[in-house]
Design a protein around this ligand. Structure first.
Ligand SMILES: Cc1ncc(COP(=O)(O)O)c(C=O)c1O
Length: 389
């Protein structure tokens, strides 16, 4: 076995696609230490920089004394401590849904939804760039899969007309795509739903806390708050904690409690994660300046990179793709920036389609003006060397 794996690893290396894990330590909301050197973190998903906010940390600490370090049971057994109930109620209210259910991770929430609800005889229509958790979830579903072109509502409609069946149909999309930072045509999808009668499943992992007047996500931003049939998002990105949730009608939630294996057969989230997420949600709801400050930074970085001549594709928020092309070129540019004190990852297949390897920059609230200007200058210099601009 080892020989076979070693030869496959050699092949991965040869493609410039070899990954390693980099161990690090956070220093501040925007910086980290890796092997003794300090870097500006240009790839955090903690968009609102809440993972180091004193109130969030204090909330996590304060429950440990009463509840302990872990739940040590699945939620169906004795893991559903009361901290779940208040967080499920709060997140459902914030996002305009009737009921919520927390899962250990977004990956597991997506697997739970898609492998449990669409079944034999049903059809799932899925955006071609949906997150790997949704792709894996479809592999576990007995429903038929139809892939439509990225963000292409016309292609979706063509496929809806062509593929009809006796069962139910589902359309699955991310709201803001994790690697391209562009937005799904949710308005078109919702409008088509009334004509074609499918069910809409939205993954708002990267929209939550970032988009919408109150920050509740892309649905709020587009005037569609609470309108998906099943909505999923995470506490592990803008909310600065860990875990994920599904929001829907009580019947859907009850069904997931009874049938979703990634809910039933895994240990529940620890108390500290639940308390941190609850505190972060409270902060975001009562203080819009978190979101406003993030958007000031997003506008600054985007303007700087656009002025430098970068093509930021159709990205619209904190996720900024700098598409380099070849895997090895993306790694080269990443190394140039790491050498200058900027921490980021080259994103390569299978995370993104072949030939579109990139640097995926993310903007967070914790950046200072100077840090952003330094990053823009360094990325511009590296982009020139790579012939991108
Ligand atoms: C769009 C999207 N969905 C789901 C997930 C999975 O969430 P989690 O990291 O909580 O498993 C992620 C992040 O990794 C994501 O980007």
């Amino acid at each position: 076995m080892k020989d076979k794996l070693a030869s496959m690893l050699k092949e991965i290396r040869g493609q410039g696609n070899y990954r390693t894990v980099r161990y690090l330590r956070p220093v501040s909301a925007s910086t980290l230490r890796h092997r003794g050197k300090e870097y500006l973190n240009l790839c955090s998903n903690s968009y609102l920089s809440l993972h180091l906010h004193p109130e969030v940390i204090e909330a996590a600490k304060s429950v440990v004394d009463d509840y302990g370090a872990g739940t040590c049971s699945s939620r169906s057994v004795s893991g559903s401590i009361d901290l779940y109930e208040r967080l499920e109620d709060a997140i459902a209210r914030y996002k305009g849904y009737k009921r919520g259910l927390i899962f250990p991770t977004g990956y597991m929430a997506n697997i739970g939804i898609v492998s449990t609800i669409p079944g034999k005889g049903d059809i799932i229509f899925s955006d071609e760039l949906n997150h790997s958790s949704l792709i894996d979830a479809m592999r576990l579903s007995y429903a038929r899969k139809v892939i439509y072109r990225h963000r292409d509502a016309a292609d979706l409609e063509r496929k809806l007309k062509r593929h009809t069946g006796r069962g139910r149909s589902f359309v699955i999309t991310e709201s803001v795509f994790s690697m391209d930072g562009d937005m799904a045509p949710l308005k078109d999808i919702m409008e088509m739903r009334s004509r074609y009668g499918f069910h809409v499943i939205v993954d708002d992992a990267h929209g939550t806390g970032v988009f919408g007047k109150k920050g509740s996500g892309v649905e709020e931003h587009l005037g569609l708050k609470g309108r998906a049939d099943i909505h999923m998002a995470t506490f592990g990105k803008a909310m600065g904690s860990f875990g994920a949730f599904v929001l829907s009608d009580p019947v859907v939630i009850d069904y997931l409690i009874n049938r979703a294996r990634t809910f039933m057969y895994t240990t529940a989230l620890p108390p500290a994660a639940l308390a941190a997420a609850y505190a972060a949600l409270g902060l975001v709801e009562r203080d819009l300046s978190f979101k406003e400050d993030l958007w000031t930074n997003i506008d600054h970085v985007r303007t700087g990179l656009l002025d430098a001549g970068f093509d930021l594709k159709d990205s619209v928020g904190p996720i900024i793709p700098i598409v380099v092309g070849k895997d090895s070129d993306a790694v080269k540019m990443q190394k140039m920036l790491m050498a200058k004190g900027f921490f980021l990852q080259a994103i390569r297949p299978p995370t993104v389609p072949s030939g579109t390897s990139r640097l995926r920059l993310t903007v967070v609230r914790g950046f200072s003006r100077q840090q952003m200007d330094d990053a823009i200058e360094a990325i511009t210099a590296a982009g020139k060397k790579m012939g991108l601009i």
